[in-house]
Ligand binder design. Structure first.
Ligand SMILES: Cc1cc2nc3c(=O)[nH]c(=O)nc-3n(C[C@H](O)[C@H](O)[C@H](O)COP(=O)(O)OP(=O)(O)OC[C@H]3O[C@@H](n4cnc5c(N)ncnc54)[C@H](O)[C@@H]3O)c2cc1C
Length: 418
């Protein structure tokens, strides 16, 4: 597409999370006329606001893997474990679970790992490009991320280490002594660990999001605070977005509303099995001196990130859909786990529930719709959507501009679900 054509082309992007904002920023830079539509102000309470802030380029080992299947029943029975269900949602999720089980073969696990690695490897350089234009000093820390575990489920740890080695991911295995040297305040419940020295973390994801959004507006982008109801198409296949009060016509539309995207892909007649893994955070204010970097206790499936708001304790995978209320029990579990690791902690604040957008094969959907050539998707980045914001923005804007991305994008197509 020539630059002149791009100036004439209008793009509507539904969703002002990290995906929608990075896509939109890349598109305005290429000369498109872009409007972001979101029902909330950017970063108000979305997943892109409340995540753990990890930039995790190493995290290519997926959750769909053979060892997980054997562990799930025990995890569900343990009310202090990392996994939980809202029982009223189980019937709705059965098709997703069946597809997930199919994705847990060694072959499918390696397929996901390979294609997650492809984009994770480019994730930080893509952010570096965007960060050249905004001031992130004090907002991004480069102190690595520390994982540790006890001597249970060691086969799973061995598998993770092996896959990362095969993919060429930089990792340093640690002894308990070395873990203590890095983070001396953590109770010594660990028997081993791994350090990812090239990982980074955000001190305040919302502030970074808003800086990228402000740059988008400064470059001529538009924002409409509207609740999108539907997408339809003219006989020429041009998309129309209907909100509660307005109708917008665009040349192209991108769906980037994270876990809320399924409503619109259903309207586009695609059967994409997107669901959500609910997760929580709480803050402990005034304890920043206890940690230097994000830590993750793998056996309990939670982590703690030092942020501007205090220590952000983040975790839980809860299957319960988008409408169920938050679970007090899961929040309490998170709080107790944090106090177990850092016994000095007392009162917590700011309980938050967020929605990870997750497909059963743990790959995102990136690219054009199967049914509509002017409709594009960028959602389903599950636990890694913060890390993958800038690279997804680069890929989707490149596809819309008709550029060659030099990547094998076949694995991310929505067509994989038939
Ligand atoms: C507890 C937790 C911890 C996490 N930790 C990390 C981490 O450390 N590192 C990492 O890489 N990833 C992490 N993630 C994942 C990451 O946060 C998400 O994958 C990512 O933020 C998704 O971004 P998004 O832009 O696709 O969606 P979102 O951030 O959810 O944004 C979607 C937007 O769409 C809007 N929207 C929805 N429906 C409509 C509608 N009808 N009309 C208009 N607007 C609409 C919403 O208001 C929202 O602003 C975590 C997630 C959770 C829940």
């Amino acid at each position: 597409m020539s630059k002149e054509d791009q100036f004439k082309s209008s793009v509507g992007v539904i969703g002002a999370g990290i995906q929608g904002i990075c896509i939109s920023l890349n598109l305005v830079k290429k000369g498109f006329k872009v409007t972001i539509i979101d029902k909330e102000d950017p970063g108000k309470k979305s997943a892109s606001y409340g995540n753990a802030g990890h930039f995790s380029p190493y995290a290519s080992v997926p959750i769909n893997r053979p060892d997980i299947l054997a562990d799930v029943p025990a995890m569900l029975l343990n009310s202090n474990g990392p996994l939980a269900l809202k029982w009223n949602y189980v019937p709705k999720m059965i098709p997703w679970f069946l597809k997930f089980i199919k994705s847990c073969s060694t072959k499918n696990m390696m397929h996901t790992a390979k294609y997650m690695h492809q984009i994770l490897d480019l994730a930080l350089p893509a952010y570096d490009e965007l960060f050249k234009e905004i001031d992130v000093s004090g907002l991004v820390e480069s102190k690595g991320i520390l994982y540790f575990w006890n001597n249970k489920n060691l086969k799973s740890r061995e598998l993770e280490i092996k896959i990362r080695n095969e993919l060429g991911v930089k990792q340093q295995l640690l002894t308990p002594h070395e873990i203590h040297d890095l983070e001396p305040n953590i109770k010594k419940i660990y028997h081993g660990g791994a350090f990812y020295s090239n990982a980074k973390h955000a001190k305040n994801p919302k502030k970074i999001l808003l800086k990228l959004f402000d740059l988008f507006i400064k470059k001529g982008g538009k924002f409409a605070k509207e609740n999108v109801q539907s997408i339809s198409f003219t006989p020429e296949n041009k998309p129309t977005i209907q909100t509660d009060s307005m109708s917008y016509n665009f040349d192209k539309v991108v769906i980037a509303c994270g876990a809320f995207s399924k409503k619109f892909t259903d309207q586009a007649d695609e059967k994409i099995p997107l669901d959500t893994e609910r997760g929580y955070h709480v803050h402990f204010k005034g304890y920043d001196h206890l940690l230097s970097r994000p830590v993750i206790f793998l056996n309990k499936g939670f982590g703690i990130t030092p942020m501007e708001q205090g220590l952000r304790v983040v975790g839980t995978v809860e299957f319960g859909g988008l409408k169920n209320p938050p679970s007090k029990k899961r929040i309490l579990n998170l709080v107790n786990n944090a106090k177990y690791l850092l016994p000095e902690l007392k009162e917590h604040q700011d309980e938050w529930l967020g929605f990870r957008p997750t497909l059963p094969d743990f790959l995102p959907v990136l690219g054009a719709s199967k049914n509509h050539k002017n409709l594009f998707y960028s959602f389903g980045h599950h636990h890694l959507g913060w890390t993958l914001g800038a690279i997804s923005g680069k890929i989707i804007s490149g596809i819309i501009a008709g550029e060659n991305t030099n990547l094998d994008l076949s694995a991310y197509k929505s067509q994989r679900f038939g």
